[in-house]
Design a protein around this ligand. Structure first.
Ligand code: AHG
Ligand code: MN
Ligand code: MN
Length: 339
């Protein structure tokens, strides 16, 4: 059977199912091309001079790596000319990036984490790109980057597409347009993403959890209870032995859950309370929540479904608990009644 490329998958979603518009198809193809370019740059590693610090900080006060900046530039350059976007927002930019006047403006908004898992770049461990697509509200004020921020402040349920690329032993693109989750593998010789898995389903139960255990002393009671119960294994109240994995690249940890189930937690803790959480709502939590729910899993803060959160700020941070449904529901239950 002929290989199904990303372009073919998107064309079928548009033509046969009417799930996406021609502009959204174009947008996703352009993002995928940018991810290919990022994948090539990553592959060159030290030979391409892409490792190490950029020598600057982003708006969140985090030191930027050269690849954070390069990946951001690749995504901006790829997306600004096509006429499909009204504006873009990124982890690496304080304010939205407006489409320059010399190009036509489209109806979509794109947010991205250009390079996720920055601490893993220099140690040659999997990293990724995360993106989310929203419709630009009619009449939105796009006169200045400051004014444009309001257009982005839409709940995750409003997303029309979301995805991530994982730059691992293979480069994968995992995508949803609200019609299930599909996985594409980059064929490096052809320079094309080829469909490798359709209808991804996350098992409802799991024996694998992902959390940064170094933060244990800062956790809230419900998360501490849940992790303690998992550690108690067969002899404990959950009656089974668990295993732990923590890559420290959200894309890689989420992709393991997409592949074989599991639960991922970056919960609220006493250290993070002032900033609301570690992970960013608009370009980390929401796109991942959309993908996880589309694959039959669940994604909450412990107290609220992530996609129901009404964002207040572009770079807002939230607690994240996602993955296998029954486990997410268990830990959410432990939060019930707690403020
Ligand atoms: P980013 O590299 O985009 O800033 O995101 C890093 C995030 C996420 O990918 C990962 O789950 C988490 O930070 C890792 O945190 P720890 O360093 O606390 O393990
Ligand atoms: Mn990230
Ligand atoms: Mn990042």
């Amino acid at each position: 059977m002929a290989q199904r490329t990303l372009a073919r998958y998107l064309t079928e979603e548009q033509r046969n199912k009417g799930v996406i518009t021609g502009d959204l198809k174009f947008l996703i193809e352009i993002v995928s091309r940018a991810c290919q370019a990022i994948s090539i740059a990553i592959g060159k590693g030290g030979l391409g001079g892409v490792l190490g610090e950029a020598g600057s900080d982003n708006v969140q006060g985090e030191a930027q790596k050269k690849l954070d900046v390069l990946s951001n530039d690749i995504l901006l350059d790829a997306n600004e000319w096509g006429g499909h976007l009204a504006a873009m927002a990124s982890e690496e930019m304080d304010l939205p990036h407006l489409v320059p006047n010399r190009y036509p403006q489209g109806e979509y908004l794109l947010t991205f984490d250009p390079l996720d898992g920055s601490s893993n770049i220099d140690v040659n461990v999997s990293i990724g790109t995360i993106f989310s697509v929203l419709k630009c509200p009619e009449g939105a004020d796009l006169s200045t980057p400051e004014a444009a921020e309001a257009a982005f402040l839409q709940a995750g349920t409003a997303q029309v597409a979301a995805g991530y690329a994982v730059y691992g032993p293979t480069t994968l693109l995992v995508l949803t347009v609200g019609d299930g989750v599909v996985v594409f593998t980059l064929d490096r010789e052809q320079g094309q993403f080829i469909l490798s898995q359709e209808n991804v389903q996350i098992p409802a139960d799991t024996k694998e959890f992902a959390i940064n255990m170094a933060n244990q002393r800062f956790w809230e009671a419900p998360v501490l209870r849940y992790v303690t119960e998992m550690q108690a294994g067969k002899e404990g109240p959950l009656g089974k032995d668990y295993n732990m994995r923590w890559v420290a690249s959200m894309v890689a940890d989420v992709h393991r859950i997409m592949t074989r189930g599991g639960i991922f937690m970056y919960p609220l803790d006493s250290k993070l309370r002032g900033q609301g959480g570690k992970l960013r709502l608009m370009y980390e939590a929401n796109p991942m929540a959309f993908l996880i729910e589309q694959a039959g899993g669940a994604a909450t803060t412990g107290r609220q479904r992530i996609m129901d959160i009404q964002p207040e700020k572009l770079h807002q941070r939230v607690p994240v608990i996602l993955g296998s449904k029954n486990e997410v529901e268990r830990v959410t239950g432990y939060h019930a009644g707690q403020v």
